[in-house]
Design a protein around this ligand. Structure first.
Ligand code: SF4
Ligand code: FES
Length: 331
C-alpha cells in the first residue's frame, strides 16, 4: 500500500496515502480534540476544534479534512492552537431541528461531566410538529399532506404525528432523502389522498422506527426543555424550540454573553412566510435568482440546500418570462 512519510509533533511516521491527519495522528497515539468528527458520519469541518499547524503555512487546517502529504511537518499542540481551541468551546452554536439536538445535548452533558468552565452554548434548536401545526391551522391553508422529514423522525419517531393527521385530516408520510425515497413518499401520499385516508405512514423504514431513538430522546430531555421560539418568516411559535434546562444555565451563552443575541431583521422583500405556507412558488418571488441566491440568501428557505427556494434555484427548469409565470401554486 502506498504510504507517506511525515512528522507529527516531532515524531516521524508513515501513513497510508489517503489517510487524514487526524487518523494518522490517532494511529500513532497523538490526541487531537474533536467535536464534529463522528464515526460513521461524513466530516464537514464545522467545529474547527481539530485545527493543526503545518510548517510553511500560516493557515490552521482542520485535521479531520486534511490528507497526509509527503514531508509534511505537523504541530498539534502549540500555544496558538490551545488558545484557539479555548475560544472555540467558549461559545458554541446549537442549531437545527430535533436531528441535531442529541449531539449538542451530549456535548453539554460531557462538558458538565468534565467540569468545563469555559464552555457555553447559544441554543437555537427548533421543533418540527409546531411548525406543521401552524401551517395547517393558518387561514387559507392549501397544504394537503406532508412528507415528514426522515432525519427528524429517526430521532423522534412518528407517534407525535398521529394526532395532527387525524385533527387536520392530512396524510403524513415519513420519507427519506434519496430520489427513490421521495418518489415513493409522494406516491404513498397521493394514494392516501385518492383513498381519502389520513394516516401516518413510514416510507423510510430502513432508518425510522415508530418510537424513534429513545437514547437520543433521553439525552435531549435531560439537557433541554421546550420553549417558545421565533421562526424567520413565521414569527414566534408557541413551544416550538428548545432551551437549556435550569440545571445547565451556567452554560447558556444568552446569559453569559447577553450581547451574543441580536434580533434578526427580515428583508422586506423576502416572502418566505408565504413560500413556507405553500401559497407562493419560490420563483414567483421578485428577488428569486437575482437579489436572492444560495450564495447571497435573503431568507431562510434559500439558505440550506433542502430549503424550498434553494431547491427551486438548483432544480427548477429555466424560468419562463415573468408574465407567463404562475403567481401562486396551482393557479
Ligand atoms: S427567493 Fe429569497 S427573498 Fe424570495 S422568498 Fe425565497 S428566500 Fe425570501
Ligand atoms: S472535528 Fe470538527 S472540524 Fe474537525
Amino acid at each position: 500500500m502506498p504510504v507517506k512519510t511525515l512528522t507529527i509533533d516531532g515524531q516521524l511516521i508513515t501513513s497510508p496515502k489517503d489517510q487524514t491527519l487526524l487518523d494518522a495522528a490517532r494511529a500513532h497515539g497523538v490526541k487531537i480534540p474533536t467535536l464534529c468528527h463522528l464515526d460513521g458520519v461524513s466530516d464537514v469541518g464545522a467545529c474547527r476544534l481539530c485545527l493543526v499547524e503545518i510548517a510553511g503555512s500560516n493557515k490552521l487546517v482542520p485535521s479531520c479534512l486534511t490528507q497526509v502529504a509527503e514531508g509534511m511537518v505537523v504541530t498539534t499542540n502549540s500555544a496558538r492552537l490551545l488558545e484557539y481551541r479555548r475560544m472555540i468551546v467558549e461559545l458554541l452554536f446549537a442549531v437545527g431541528f430535533e436531528t441535531t439536538a442529541p449531539a449538542t445535548a451530549l456535548a453539554v452533558r460531557r462538558a458538565r461531566q468534565l467540569g468545563l468552565r469555559n464552555f457555553s452554548m447559544l441554543v437555537s434548536h427548533v421543533l418540527v410538529p409546531p411548525a406543521m401545526e401552524m401551517i395547517l391551522a393558518s387561514p387559507g391553508n392549501r397544504v394537503q399532506g406532508f412528507l415528514a422529514a426522515g432525519h427528524v423522525c429517526t430521532v423522534m419517531g412518528y407517534e407525535m404525528y398521529d394526532e395532527l393527521a387525524a385533527r387536520f385530516r392530512v396524510p403524513i408520510v415519513v420519507t427519506g432523502f434519496e430520489p427513490i425515497d421521495l418518489l415513493e413518499g409522494l406516491l404513498m401520499l397521493v394514494e392516501q389522498l385518492e383513498a381519502k385516508t389520513f394516516r401516518v405512514e413510514n416510507q423510510y423504514v430502513r432508518s425510522v422506527q415508530r418510537e424513534g431513538n429513545r437514547h437520543a430522546q433521553a439525552a435531549i430531555a435531560e439537557v433541554y426543555e421546550v420553549c417558545d421560539r421565533a421562526w424567520r418568516g413565521l414569527g414566534v411559535l408557541s413551544r416550538s424550540g428548545l432551551r437549556l434546562r435550569p440545571d445547565y444555565q451556567d452554560m447558556d451563552a444568552d446569559r453569559r454573553f447577553p450581547a451574543s443575541t441580536t434580533a434578526s431583521v427580515e428583508p422586506r422583500e423576502c416572502r418566505s412566510a408565504v413560500v413556507l405556507l405553500g401559497l407562493l412558488r419560490p420563483d414567483a418571488c421578485e428577488a428569486f435568482g437575482t437579489r436572492c441566491t444560495p450564495e447571497h440568501p435573503l431568507g431562510a428557505p434559500m439558505v440550506s440546500s433542502e430549503g424550498a427556494c434553494a431547491a427551486y434555484y438548483r432544480y427548477s427548469r429555466p424560468a419562463k418570462p415573468r408574465g407567463e409565470r404562475s403567481e401562486t401554486l396551482g393557479s
